[in-house]
Design a protein around this ligand. Structure first.
Ligand code: NAD
Length: 422
């Protein structure tokens, strides 16, 4: 069985080398022509910008920013922008390539891109972050646009950051361009349903897996109780699954009779953690991964399921809310144990899918209700899951490999059909 690794995972290789290795593995499985592989191994374009920004104390600091365009054979580039001290060109390259596969596996009419600025937003004021964001937007203005490249938030960027990008870009082009970024605040053209989208998508994927495996009286454990983990637990509970355990960075709680996710969130808001929730037993973040449940949702950080604990995992389905929670070694062990792992590029693609809906609404100036958005999300998730599941069965590969095979094949077909010019 070929094992492909994934987004954001810790490894000896740097993230870009790992992404290329993954791609080479898939290329063999789908008999990809060498010339297409050579194109896909490299980004189409890499933009590096140096950004002088006046800080609150009057000094000027120069930051380095990146925007990497991996591929746009299927449509405009799409991908987030992260603000983090560890941002490097190789990380942004890898993330851009993974976005190409994520949009392709969801069959969205987009390519893949990623951006980042090496900075520490925790040590900056809002005014400094705003000036940095506007300077970055100015510097990359020729390379973004509604039909060119549509950024979105990532680590330490948010709807406010997107509002500043949309405003700066719109001032430069002389008209309001809500289609230039997604995950904007709802008041200025953001989409209803974006908050719930990723967690809901994670759970829809899990539910489809549960149906395939014919599981009854489904029990669920969720690691991480932020945006993704909370909504995954919330929808699981709504559908009658028993959410028996959840956790956050301070630890976890377990009650075999089931937890009420809304009440747990109220407790977390009051006390700062899920820990201490009345009537539940405290467990660790390691224990939650090894509970005897049907569905496990890692929705916190990368690299939590490894060769050290994979053998102890008792869940039958893992739906990857986080990016890269499972290492390649763990993937191999889980495949042998017949655990169905729904890979991040599929399981957590509800966010980018909702971003696509936001973009369509911006183009048409026709705003949908939350029900409409979530109904369409359901349709897209189920369709993508089904395609990946079928290929997984046909080719006897794990779900991750199947997802990559579909994604790379779709991008390759677009390149073949469009051909080379000039
Ligand atoms: P978030 O910051 O809202 O929540 C993260 C949660 O994880 C918090 O509850 C935090 O306490 C917990 N956590 C942090 N470190 C932990 C640890 N060591 N052990 C256990 N819990 C820990 O973030 P989010 O938006 O929910 O994102 C979670 C993951 O999902 C990330 O990997 C992110 O990249 C991925 N993701 C998010 C989206 C989205 O739309 N929000 C989309 C795709 C992927």
């Amino acid at each position: 069985m070929l094992n492909l690794g994934r987004e954001g995972m810790a490894s000896e290789l740097n993230p870009y080398e790992m992404a290329v290795k993954q791609l080479e593995g898939v290329a063999k499985l789908i008999d990809l022509e060498p010339w297409i592989l050579e194109i896909l191994k490299r980004p189409k374009r890499e933009i590096i910008v140096h950004l002088p920004v006046r800080m609150d104390n009057g000094e000027v600091k120069v930051f380095t920013g990146y925007r990497v365009h991996h591929n746009d054979a299927r449509g405009p580039f799409k991908g987030g922008i992260r603000y983090h001290p560890n941002v490097t060109l190789d990380e942004v390259r890898a993330l851009a390539m993974w976005m190409t596969w994520k949009t392709a596996v969801m069959d969205l009419p987009y390519g893949g891109a990623k951006g980042g600025i090496t900075c520490n937003p925790k040590e900056m004021s809002q005014a400094e972050i705003e000036r940095l964001t506007r300077r970055y937007t100015y510097a990359i203005r020729e390379f973004i646009g509604t039909y060119i490249d549509i950024p979105a938030p990532d680590v330490y960027t948010n709807p406010q950051t997107m509002a500043w990008i949309a405003d700066t870009y719109s001032v430069l082009v002389g008209r309001w361009e809500p289609g230039v970024v997604t995950a904007k605040p709802v008041e200025i053209g953001g989409s209803e349903g974006r908050t719930e989208a990723t967690g809901l998508g994670v759970m829809i994927a899990a539910r489809e897996a549960v149906k395939k495996l014919g599981l009854k009286n489904v029990t669920v454990a969720v690691q991480g109780y932020g945006n993704v983990g909370y909504y995954a637990a919330y929808f699981a509970h709504q559908w009658g699954y028993k959410v028996v355990a959840v956790s956050d960075s301070k630890g976890g709680i377990y009650n075999p009779e089931g937890l009420d996710p809304v009440r747990v969130m109220e407790h977390k808001k009051k006390t700062g953690s899920v820990v201490g929730y009345p009537g539940a037993k405290e467990i660790s973040n390691e224990e939650i991964l090894e509970l005897d449940v049907d569905v496990l949702v890692p929705a916190a950080i990368e690299g939590v399921i490894t060769e050290k604990n994979a053998d102890n995992v008792k869940a039958k389905v893992i739906s990857e809310g986080a990016n890269g929670p499972t290492t390649p070694e763990a993937d191999r062990i889980l495949f042998e144990k017949v655990v169905l792992v729904i890979p991040d590029i599929l399981a957590n693609a509800g966010g980018v899918t909702c971003s696509y809906f936001e973009w369509v609404q911006a183009l048409t100036r026709d705003w949908w209700t939350k029900e409409e958005v979530l109904r369409r999300l359901e349709h897209k998730m189920v369709k993508a899951f089904e395609a990946v599941y079928q290929l997984h069965r046909e080719r006897e590969v794990d779900m991750r490999t199947a997802a990559y095979m579909i994604a790379v094949s779709r991008v390759a077909e677009a390149i073949r059909l469009r051909g080379l010019w000039p």
